[in-house]
Design a protein around this ligand. Sequence first.
Ligand code: PEP
Ligand code: MG
Length: 580
Amino acid sequence: MISPDSPLIYHGTPASEGIAIGSVRLISSESVSVPPAIESDEAEDVRLSRLKQVLTRVKQQLQGLQESQSSKEIIEILGAQREILQDPELWNRMEAMIVEETRTPEYAIYTAFNEYIQLFTQMGESWIKDRVVDLEALRDRLIRQLSNPEAKETIQPGSVIFTTDLSPSQMLDFSESNIGGVVMQHGGTTSHAVIIAQSLGIPCVVGVDWRPSQLDPFQVAAIDAGKGEVIINPDTRTRHDFLRRRAVAEADQRRAMTLGRRPNRTACGTPFHLRANIEFERELKRVRDFGAEGIGLLRTETLFLRQEYFDTARHLQLYRSILSETGTHMVTIRLLDVGGDKFPGKNLDEANPYLGWRGIRMLLDQKKLLDSQLEAILTAASDYPGRARILVPMVSDLSEFRQVRERMQQVIHRLKARGIHLTHPVPLGIMVEVPSIALQARAAAAEVDFFSIGSNDLTQYVMAADRGNEKVSKNFYSGHPSVMRLIQMTWQAASEANIPISVCGEMAADPLLAAALTGMGIRELSMSPSSIPAVKKLLCSFEIKTFRELLDSIIQAGDSEQARASIAAWQQQYLSVQSE
Ligand code: PEP
Ligand code: MG
């Protein structure tokens, strides 16, 4: 541990801008852990009742989950998990630990499940392996449900969380404690936990090599996430400097909001549209403040993160509220894109979750869930004619889109029979984020109503670089000529078929890449609301032909390094003149 007086400086990669000063809070690992041999001074009946309650709650959750499934296999797995929870031997073992050994319910669950797991593992049969994964998932779910409410309370508002990595649902949980910021050892800048941090305005730095032995909860951390700076034990001068930086950033933001009211036109008068990527209702204020023209991407998976079953009322409420708060603008609602680094991918324990049961693949295996979401969107859309569009994530084969189109027709028929009419068609489009679809863009453009380019996933699949892994972050570059060429092919196909096309991945929020996309012909970009002013400022400053020069130099580049150099040269030629 360092002395409380000596500052310690770490550097990492900026992931979500902002400045925070707060006490250090260490969250060492994502998996649950229970301190060994915990004895409890809580009354025996309280401990037993906590155990019973958590078992009942999880049994109900599993039942809800089972009812929302159409895959026979998954229904069976969930059924097996419920059976485990009803096993009298397991109960007897846990009860004995609580009554005879005065253990906590967390310890009893942890130990009893581990004994089971050991027993199964020793049997060595291959089918047992799956059962072990189930048991571990169930054990962790029970312990989290028991301990999470307490864990949340102990996080002081304003704390700076130091962690190895966070899942999207953990980021969401921590946000409720009004944390000051997050410093992660791992995590890429386009991971979903980071995207949530951006949406909620939580400063976040990734790829920081912090050591538990150097930190303790009595220390203070100052972070300037936009610069990737993390300082432990900042001295008074540093604290003042960080507070001054925060004041400057807030003033910049106020100025940026004024810019939001000017029309979106390039210097040669070409109009363009800047829309918002959001996932929470509370972001609507920022959508208005930064002058976004409606919603280019409503991510809906956070509604599902902690729910684990489809809650029609919650979905309807969110969709209606967003449609009613965005004037006459378009709202693009994406179907659930769970999997990858978003629940339940992690719990499935897939070797390659990003290449696994994700997005539309999962929804087509769970048609009840797909129908429920289509029904909720279409019901909300019927009250706002011509305002909503539906976006299908992770399409890798056009047959997937056709199946969704067919399901959507059936849902529309059912709604009609119930007296819910759509006076305007609701366009159904696809995320172009898997190379197989981009390569087939012409065929796709003939069938779908619109394209939205998901450059985060497109880049990870084209470059074979995990978007959440900071070790390969230099390989993950959306300005790579190969990614740009694929986007250009997709744009070409959309133009020929005369269908709308937008870019909603993080590259749209990078002013220089946004300028290159505008040079290509793309007129619709969607990004986190706070990124709008910087993009708008650049796009309003030059003519399309200048952006085309930038695009051409990127497309002609031989590799990432040359592409970055071309962008830097363009910047030097035009932006240095501008700032003189
Ligand atoms: C993308 O992949 O670029 C995208 C916008 O979707 P998400 O980040 O939610 O995967
Ligand atoms: Mg994506």
